[in-house]
Structures are given as structure tokens and as C-alpha cells.
Design a protein around this ligand. Sequence first.
Ligand SMILES: *[C@@H]1O[C@H](CO)[C@@H](O)[C@H](O)[C@H]1NC(C)=O
Ligand SMILES: *[C@@H]1O[C@H](CO)[C@@H](O)[C@H](O)[C@H]1NC(C)=O
Ligand SMILES: *[C@@H]1O[C@H](CO)[C@@H](O)[C@H](O)[C@H]1NC(C)=O
Length: 345
Amino acid sequence: MARKWNLRVVLLLLLLSPARARASGPLPLVLNTWPFKNATQAAWQALACGDSALDAVEKGCAVCEREQCDGTVGFGGSPDELGETTLDAMIMDGTTMNVGAVGGLRRIKNAIGVARKVLEYTTHTLLVGESATKFAESMGFPSEDLSTNSSQTLHSDWLARNCQPNYWRNVIPDPSKYCGPYKPPGILKQDDPVCIETNVHGHDTIGMVVIHKTGRIAAGTSTNGLKFKIPGRVGDSPVPGAGAYADDTAGAAAATGDGDILMRFLPSYQAVEYMRRGEDPGTACQKVISRIQKYFPKFFGAVICANVTGSYGAACNKLPTFPQFSFMVYNSLRTHPVEEKVNCT
Ligand SMILES: *[C@@H]1O[C@H](CO)[C@@H](O)[C@H](O)[C@H]1NC(C)=O
Ligand SMILES: *[C@@H]1O[C@H](CO)[C@@H](O)[C@H](O)[C@H]1NC(C)=O
Ligand SMILES: *[C@@H]1O[C@H](CO)[C@@H](O)[C@H](O)[C@H]1NC(C)=O
């Protein structure tokens, strides 16, 4: 068998032009949302040191948690209505279809690390809130205050602005003018159109896809969610198929943006299914965005996609404040992490 395989490799190399032989296929691949270069570099470095795709995703996302990428990953960002930062994260193994995730994790900085422990040491998929914190402590993670001067200032400024913006509707007092506590009105009236201003830098997430040179695929996410969210809100990031999805037999994808909308469409799962049917990764991403646009033309969101042979693409919904989306790529054709941009449509 080994000899036959070697013969095939030799034939393949003979068939390839010299230029293409040098570029012996783009795997391994590291792909992540936003220009979070140090995360890309850390994942690549992990692969170079012999780590698995799963390890690379965990180490890459953990860098963003430590560096507080954009203030939207890790501690000290996106305080909720009470001023607390909580974290969502997920990691998925595309070989075994195992997933570990945490939602609304309190007082623990390394959310993707806790997600990995859920994957490795439990048969569950998603742990949430204070109980997820207890689990993390039992796994040896230190419990720390996640607030910083910066998150406290964000929160006190928000209070001073009469709690604007917020995510309530159809309650009293009028949430577009006043702070809570809110109650349902005595007589329910029809939905008013809700016009929450899209703050492009208000809800970013690191979503990462790694394809090992052996073809094993992993994906993961980490975020501190939405600024001024209602306590208890969990976004798309820790939901398999929404924030990210990986399947060695079809590809992987990750999403970023308005999680409350994205998660209704399972965009990462849907993109992987398009690629399974043979769609080009860029087209798969685009089709996912188009499906959401039909219902929410003004949603803020982007998706990255990679197929099993290491081709990749991205797509996003065009907004005046969001004409282009940046993502990072590192594969064997490159010598360093490269930022690429896609025009939103
Ligand atoms: C990336 O890593 C370099 C080297 O450790 C560091 O100087 C830089 O501040 C990091 N970038 C960010 C955005 O944290
Ligand atoms: C945070 O604010 C306190 C005062 O409110 C100040 O003493 C401290 O130096 C600040 N820390 C940082 C890291 O800026
Ligand atoms: C991955 O996408 C590229 C570009 O569309 C395509 O040429 C390749 O055949 C795809 N790989 C698989 C396994 O479908």
C-alpha cells in the first residue's frame, strides 16, 4: 500500500508544473474573522509545533481572550446592563463531531479553555452561567473579576445616557427614553418598529477555522457578546452551527455580527452544507448571507468558509458603516498571516 501511495505522489509531482509543485496544496489552513493577526499566528505556530487542529483553534482564540481583541473578546469589554462582562465560547472537532461550549460564563477569563474542558471531560455540549463558572473552577481555572476601568466607564456612561441603546421593546417605561426596571404593559400593543443603531464595532467575535495537513478540521469562537445586553443573553457564538461548525467531510465556517439574528439561520451549518453539495466556499458564504438579507436587510454580519481542500471565502451584508469585511488567512502558500478583505453585498 505504502509503495503504491508513493508512486501516486511521484506521478502527481511529475504532472504538476514546477510552480505548482512548490505550492504543494494550501493545507494546513488557519482562517479567522477580523484582522486578529496574533491569533492567526498563534494557531499557525501551534500546528507547526505538532499540535492538533483543535489545539490550534483553542490556542489561537485564547490569544484574543488575553489581548482583548477589539474589546469584544475576553475580559473587560461589553458590560451588560448591570455592568458585568460575561463570555461565550465554543470549540468543535470536525472529526468526531464533539463540541464543548460555554454561554454567559462569569468571572473566568479563558472561556475557550473552559469550552475545551466541556468537550474533553463531559458528554455535554453547552454549560451556562454561574454553573459553568463552578465547572470551570472545578477544572482549575482561576476566578477573577472580568471588569476593568474601561468596562466600568462604558457602563457608567450608558447609565448617564438613560441606558441608550438597549434591547427592550414593548415595555414600560418607554425603553427608548428611560432606564428600567421594565414591565410588560397592561395591554399588549403591536410591535413598534425597532431601530437599534448598528454599531459595527459593538459586537465582533473571533471565529476561527483550522484545517490540519491531515485534513482534520476544527472550528471555534470566543466573544464577550453584545454591549449593554440584558443579563442572561447568550448570542450565536456558543451555538453549534450558528457561531461555527466543522465537519471533516465537508468543510467549516464561522460567523460574526448580530448574533441574535444570525443564530436563527444557523449560518455556519448552512454554509458547510452548501460546500458539501459542491459549492465554492465564497459562494456558500454568500448564499448564507442572502438568506438572512431577505428577512433582515439591515443586519450586521459576516461569514467565513473553508472547504476540505483548503479553499476559502467570505461574505458579508453591506451597510453604510460596513462596506468591507476583513479576515485573516494563513496557509502553506504564505510565510505570514495575511489580512484579506471582501466587499460586502
Ligand atoms: C501582537 O503581539 C505583539 C508581540 O507580542 C504585540 O506587541 C502586539 O501588541 C500584539 N497585538 C495586539 C493587537 O495585541
Ligand atoms: C483604574 O481607576 C482607578 C481609579 O478609579 C485608578 O486608581 C487605577 O490606576 C486605574 N487603573 C488603570 C489600569 O487605569
Ligand atoms: C473547494 O473549493 C475549490 C474552489 O471552488 C474547488 O476547486 C474544490 O474542488 C473544492 N474542494 C472540494 C473537495 O469540493
